[in-house]
Structure formats: C-alpha cells, structure tokens
Design a protein around this ligand. Structure first.
Ligand SMILES: CC(C)(COP(=O)(O)OP(=O)(O)OC[C@H]1O[C@@H](n2cnc3c(N)ncnc32)[C@H](O)[C@@H]1OP(=O)(O)O)[C@@H](O)C(=O)NCCC(=O)NCCS
Length: 163
C-alpha cells in the first residue's frame, strides 16, 4: 500500500514533532510548527502509512504573495529513498501554483544534503545564491529557485485577426 498524502491538521502536532525530533533533531520545534499552522494552514501536508505519519512538509508565501517557499520536508528514516520526499515537493508546488500571483518558488538547502538537492533539481530548481555562515560559522545556506511559468490563455482566432 502506498503512503497517502493529505493536508495536516492541528491534532497531528505531537506526532509530527516526534517524527521531526527523531529524524532531524533541533531543526523544528512545536512553537515553530504552530506558527506555520497559523500562517499557512493550507500548505502543510502529511504522508501516512497504516494510520501513522511517516513524513510531513510545510510551504509558505512571502508577504507580497509573489514568492512561495518550501520550508520543511522530512521523511521517516526507514521510508527514505522511496520517492516520498519528491511526492511532497510536487504536492507543495501544486498548492503554490494555485496562488495566481506567485511567480517563483525558493528553498534553502544545506550544500551537504544530496537527497534534497537531487530531488529539487529533478523538478527544475536551480542554485541561485550561497549565503555564507547563515547557520553559524562555516555553515552556509544555498538557495535554489524554480520560476513558475503559467500558460497564457490562447487568443481566439476572431480576436487574433484584428491584431
Ligand atoms: C531529504 C528527504 C526529505 C528526501 O526524502 P526521500 O523520500 O528520502 O527522497 P526521495 O526518495 O524522493 O529521493 C529524492 C532524491 O534523492 C535521492 N536520494 C535518496 N536517498 C539518497 C541518499 N541517501 N543519498 C543520495 N541520494 C539519495 C533519490 O535517488 C532521488 O534523486 P533522483 O530523483 O535523482 O533519483 C529525506 O531524505 C529526509 O527526510 N532527510 C532528513 C531531513 C532533511 O534533511 N530534510 C530536508 C531539509 S528540511
């Protein structure tokens, strides 16, 4: 049976934090997660398998509503390498594309996180900038970007003939 991806709910807090603590300690805490729920309730997703949360992810949008951000993505160790991380990227990109003013998506990734970088590149994300010492001395952050290209509606032949 495939893991199922759905919107996360507030009742999932405890299970999500437990998973984050096990997989990526010191990165996400309850307070931060609660803030994401307040700010971006439609951009937080979980993957469940046999009723247990085995992965989750968050996205956000900047205050000008032009830039979407992939904020956090985590897959339980024993489920990694099965394409769930990529499914969670696709889910968030689909959600962000529904906001008509969002024209690019950014993500911060550690230069050492090969699985994340490979997954992002497979969606067309490109490296744009390195911010030295962002996480502390010697710990840099890399920013990757994906432009959102929207299909323009085709002009009808009648309108086109007058142009
Ligand atoms: C990063 C993470 C979310 C990726 O999720 P995942 O389900 O394991 O990834 P996927 O199976 O979708 O694979 C993504 C890509 O990484 C590659 N990959 C997977 N595991 C890998 C590994 N151990 N080493 C190198 N590449 C790996 C896959 O082959 C795939 O690349 P491809 O499209 O070129 O084949 C997951 O590894 C994780 O939770 N890591 C710890 C938390 C973390 O670092 N989160 C990101 C920062 S918020």
């Amino acid at each position: 049976m495939e893991p199922v991806i759905t919107l996360a709910e507030r009742e999932d807090f405890a299970e999500m934090i437990q998973l984050a603590d096990l997989t990526l300690p010191d990165r996400m805490n309850l307070h931060e997660l609660k803030k994401y729920f307040e700010l971006f309730p439609d951009l937080i997703f979980k993957a469940t398998y046999e009723r247990k949360i085995i992965a989750f992810c968050c996205a956000g949008i900047d205050m000008y509503q032009s830039t979407g951000w992939l904020l956090f993505n985590i897959v339980k160790k024993e489920f990694q390498g099965n394409g769930i991380g990529k499914r969670l990227i696709r889910t968030r990109l689909t959600a962000l594309e529904k906001f008509p003013t969002v024209n690019r998506v950014l993500v911060t990734v550690s230069e050492l996180n090969r699985p994340s970088i490979r997954a992002l590149e497979s969606f067309g994300f490109k490296f744009v900038e390195r911010e030295p010492n962002y996480y502390g001395p010697g710990k840099h952050r890399d920013i990757f970007e994906l432009p959102i290209v929207r299909k323009q509606p085709k002009a009808s032949p009648l309108v086109a003939s007058f142009l």
